[in-house]
Write a protein that binds this ligand. Structure first.
Ligand SMILES: [Zn+2]
Length: 45
């Protein structure tokens, strides 16, 4: 699973703890979730 600090590529991701969704671009790092400070995410298809 993509985690805090990973650079998983552009797309939409969701925090596995609170379901907050966000998008990142190619080359961007995953930040901690702004709502719950969760560090683990899953890609949203
Ligand atoms: Zn969260």
């Amino acid at each position: 699973m993509p985690s805090f600090g990973d650079v998983p590529g552009k797309g939409r991701y969701r925090c596995v703890i609170c379901d907050f969704e966000f998008e990142i671009k190619d080359g961007e790092e995953l930040e901690l979730c702004p709502l719950c400070e969760g560090a683990t995410f899953e890609k949203v298809d």
